[in-house]
Design a protein around this ligand. Structure first.
Ligand code: PLP
Length: 480
């Protein structure tokens, strides 16, 4: 079907006829290959719907059903949906200047956004290199780290240390860093010279220490806690040789919202300093207020050497990302003509994307969304403790800002995961949550990252929906 008139495909939710929906689903299955999906998923029973509208912290599907956007799109709609101000900023910039060779010219919005990001970033993280998204930012950070080591006179420092359980993106190098087998198996051989260490994950402590024990009637902190992951890194440095390691990369909190013990990041920072290893903070999810601070590492009082950002950099309105480098490292690249960073992507710093970033930052500041994430995040976490009433709730991860994960288990004693017996459990639970008006991803856990605009009443509603859906789910999938 031709769609030449701008916006001719846009209708109000529920205004699409049954025939149109069927035709769209068929065309979608034939031609639109969704991320991490198979074609048939689009039309599976209660399957992944076609979304047509966003407003505040709600999204609407093509049938007219409204959902709380519990995952903030995919951890990025920090300012919520339907912000006219962002659309206007983008439209104005596109009319003034849609593009100028990003390898030869700067543009005003790119300079201004770099300046604003530098203002918010901790320490001397002052120089911003723009790109298109998170995977690309991680890739660039690796190249930058290797060149920094080269320019510092450490050309043999080439290895990268990442953490098990992490996710850093799905293009080749970030996938090689990602510490989860399911993303990598059939793409071997992966990027060489990557080593993995454990991350702090008390609930599933790799060393079999007592860990977090919710089965004892609410979460009990691990009494052994626990600098084992730091020791793991220390042993790896000894084993590989500090003269071979360029950088360590990690997300401020674990991918299942595991909060590291207080001393973890300072100790990792100290080891990196001691051995001239660069510390890369992957802030793709945590950046721009998600943890109730502008950047996640500000929660832990350390300043990384390089920081990757993406997702909420533009409020989620356009694809964008960046690497933010400490000034002292960025200066190395300016020292002579041969030192320049040989990297560039056509769309890096695209003016329209930069305009979206500026408008989004204005909203976060004006509406105090970082503070709101802190305040409502505490409330959400506190309310979510009641979910331990459900025997399938193994661990409620989070407690910093609006990023949480509720880990679901078949058996609290063994902590067996539902995914051990297939995907049916997750699909059924996702549907149950959707039926009740909460759009999130469920599987071995329920991840929550709603827009930072939500209030306490919406947080309560999220917990009530999960509570109700879990009740029904447990009748179909009883725990041991
Ligand atoms: N790093 C982290 C921590 C992420 O969570 C993601 C994506 O979810 C990425 C990197 C990759 O970002 P993108 O999907 O924009 O390539």
């Amino acid at each position: 079907m031709a769609t030449t008139r701008p916006g001719s495909w846009i209708k109000e939710p529920g205004d699409y006829s049954t025939a149109e929906v069927e035709e769209l689903l068929a065309a979608g299955m034939d031609h639109a290959w969704l991320q991490f999906h198979q074609g048939r998923d689009l039309a599976a029973e209660g399957g992944d719907r076609i979304m047509v509208k966003g407003e505040g912290h709600y999204i609407y599907d093509i049938y007219g059903k409204r959902y709380i956007d519990g995952l903030g799109g995919l951890f990025l709609m920090n300012i919520g949906h339907g912000r006219r101000e962002v659309a206007d900023a983008v439209a104005a910039q596109l009319q003034a200047l849609a593009y100028a060779n990003t390898g030869s010219y700067a543009t005003v919005p790119a300079i201004r956004l770099a300046e604003r990001v530098a203002e918010k970033a901790p320490g001397s993280l002052e120089k911003v290199f723009f790109c298109n998204g998170g995977s690309e930012a991680v890739d660039i950070a690796l190249k930058m780290a290797k060149q920094i080591q080269y320019l510092r006179g450490h050309p043999k420092k080439t290895k990268i240390v990442a953490r098990r359980g992490s996710y850093h993106g799905s293009t080749y190098a970030p996938m090689s860093l990602t510490g989860r087998a399911q993303y990598k198996g059939m793409f071997e051989p992966l990027m060489p010279q990557v080593a993995h260490v454990e991350h702090p994950y008390c609930y599933r402590c790799p060393w079999g220490l007592n860990g977090i024990t919710p089965e004892a009637g609410g979460p009990q902190p691990c009494t052994q806690c626990c600098m084992q992951p730091v020791k793991d890194f220390e042993r790896l440095i000894e084993f590989e040789g500090p003269e071979t390691i360029a950088a360590f990369i990690g997300t401020p909190i674990g991918s299942g919202s595991q909060i590291p013990p207080d001393g973890y990041w300072p100790a990792i920072r100290e080891l990196c300093d001691k051995h001239d290893i660069l510390l890369i903070a992957d802030e793709v999810i945590c950046g721009f207020g998600r943890l109730g601070t502008w950047f996640g590492m500000q929660r832990f009082g350390i300043v990384p050497d390089l920081m990757t950002i993406a997702k909420a950099l533009t409020g989620g309105y356009l694809p964008g990302g960046a690497v933010v480098a400490r000034k002292e490292w960025a200066d190395l690249f300016d020292a002579s003509e041969e030192h320049r960073f040989q990297h560039g992507v056509t769309y890096g710093g695209h003016p329209a994307v930069m305009a979206a970033g500026l408008a989004s930052l204005d909203i976060i500041e004006r509406e105090g969304l970082v503070e709101n994430a802190d305040r409502v995040g505490r409330h959400l976490f506190e309310r979510a403790q009641a979910l331990y009433e459900h025997p399938s709730v193994g661990f409620v991860g989070g407690g910093l800002g609006l990023l949480m994960s509720i880990e679901l288990v078949k058996d609290r004693r063994t902590r067996e995961k539902w995914s051990a017996s297939g995907k049916e459990y997750g699909k059924r639970l996702t549907n149950r949550l959707r039926q009740r008006g909460l759009a999130v991803r469920a599987g071995d856990g329920i991840a929550l990252a709603p827009p930072l605009t939500i209030d306490a009443a919406t947080a309560d509603e999220i917990v009530a929906i999960i509570d109700d859906a879990l009740g029904e789910q447990e009748r179909e999938f009883p725990t041991a």
